[in-house]
Design a binder for this molecule. Structure first.
Ligand code: PHE
Length: 429
């Protein structure tokens, strides 16, 4: 039994006590119940009773069909009986009642015991003769097996009673803790979380973002293309408009002026950025204004060093609204980093094929500048073909680089090194 369960086993469940009062006093009202039983027990009791068909009617006097009184008494009596039985340590096997009490919160708590019975089998018995009191071999390696030395030396006994040396701790990984914080921040901005896929078509990862098909970022050095059949493009109805934007542009813009290839767009790849989720989600939602975000993994053909990873997470997001502009974007970036405790963030002009203007977010670590991510306002060649007619401000920020700042790391690889010393002692923010 939990705290409440113990209490109600003694004094009676609120719904039982309230019910007894109501049937004994025909003038009972919600008000008089509240006076006698107090706010919180009245709340519990009335919602439980409502499920059994007992509701205040008309003036707030209760009406209960007389033929149901006994039935309700039985249900409540049985509930009370079970609680009392549990408080006396009796084992309750009625699954449905247990599930019911668990759903109600503090009445009962569950604890799980696992008993495992282990017995040696025939193979075990056959090999037991190689385990010797004086055995010295603790590990099976190809050399030990090939040399046959194990027959002579024997294996060391396995001491099941040896004390466990590892400290068991149940703290979330530092990166997870940071992700949770970020999640909270964007939810508090009123943004909704979006998600995408590791495997994407070049179309959604690049073409829909107006990245020309001969762009250097498409080459093997940056993108992991996948072997395998070409992909069906999600939402094929937009292909024509995207192709036209690349080849001929849109009203007032000339486009890239080359022959766009559907074959290239159908190639499967590991997404290089989560901006693919942003553009597809805005198209799918077709809602304005709207803010979206995600914290998900991307893949890049990078050589790994102190500030580069080939698998990393991006804090992605966008705000699509009539009033979205460069000031909104600057404010959002400053506010986001500010809430994590970093006010020393700089914004510098940058370039992405899909934004104009574009800005990078930069911080300083150990006197060295480090780029935290990119942002900008989507170009009309990106938004118009997808039917998005208001400005979109968007960003894609590196999670692990932020973690470097957050945890004071001078090497990004440390995050994934599973160094127990660090995992146990990282500075908590
Ligand atoms: N997608 C860019 C990157 O991966 C970041 C970015 C997102 C830039 C949105 C502008 C707008 O670096």
């Amino acid at each position: 039994l939990g705290d409440e369960g113990r209490r109600y086993a003694k004094i009676g469940l609120p719904e039982l006590r309230v019910f007894q009062y109501i049937i004994s006093d025909p003038g009972a009202t919600v008000e008089s119940v509240r006076e006698r039983f107090g706010e919180s027990e009245t709340g519990i009791a009335l919602s439980q009773l409502a499920k059994l068909g007992v509701k205040p009617s008309g003036g707030s006097v209760f009406s209960i069909p007389p033929q149901k009184i006994n039935e309700i008494k039985n249900v409540l009596g049985e509930r009370q009986r079970l609680l009392q039985a549990m408080s006396q340590g009796e084992a309750i096997r009625d699954r449905r009642s247990i599930e019911y009490f668990l759903r109600r919160g503090n009445l009962i708590v569950s604890r799980k015991h696992i008993n495992r019975l282990v017995r040696i089998n025939e193979n075990g018995k056959a090999s037991i003769k190689y385990i010797k009191e004086s055995g010295t071999i603790g590990k099976v390696t190809p050399e030990i097996l090939a040399s046959g030395i194990w027959r002579k030396e024997g294996f060391r006994r396995y001491d099941l009673n040896a004390p466990v040396s590892a400290r068991v701790s149940a703290v979330a990984h530092p990166l997870r803790q940071l992700m949770d914080r970020i999640h909270e921040i964007f939810l508090s901005f009123g943004f909704r979380e979006m998600s995408g896929h590791y495997i994407e078509s070049a179309f959604w990862n690049m073409d829909a973002l107006f990245i020309p098909q001969d762009h250097p970022a498409r080459e093997m050095q940056d993108t992991f293309y996948l072997e395998g059949p070409d992909m069906e493009i999600e939402h094929p109805e937009v292909i024509e408009a995207v192709k036209r934007a690349h080849e001929k542009g849109i009203r007032g813009y000339r486009g890239w002026e080359y022959a766009w290839s559907l074959d290239k767009a159908r190639k499967p790849l590991l997404r290089t950025h989560t901006t693919v989720s942003t553009i597809r989600t805005l198209y799918e939602l077709g809602q304005c204004p709207v803010g979206v975000f995600s914290i998900e993994k991307v893949f890049r053909h990078e050589s790994v060093d102190w500030k580069h990873l080939a698998e990393l997470h991006q804090i992605e997001g966008a705000y699509y609204a009539k009033d979205a502009n460069l000031s909104t974007l600057k404010w959002l970036m400053k506010e986001f980093y500010g809430r994590l405790g970093f006010s020393d963030i700089h914004l510098i002009p940058s370039y992405y094929p899909y934004t104009e203007p574009s800005m990078d977010v930069v911080a300083t670590i150990n006197g060295k500048e480090i780029e935290l991510g990119g942002s900008g306002i989507f170009r009309p060649e990106v938004t118009k073909p997808l039917g998005l007619h208001e400005p979109v401000i968007a960003w894609g920020l590196g999670l692990e680089r932020l973690a470097m700042l957050f945890y004071g790391l001078d090497d990004i690889r440390k995050i994934y090194r599973s160094d127990l010393d660090w995992l146990r002692n990282f500075p908590m923010k």
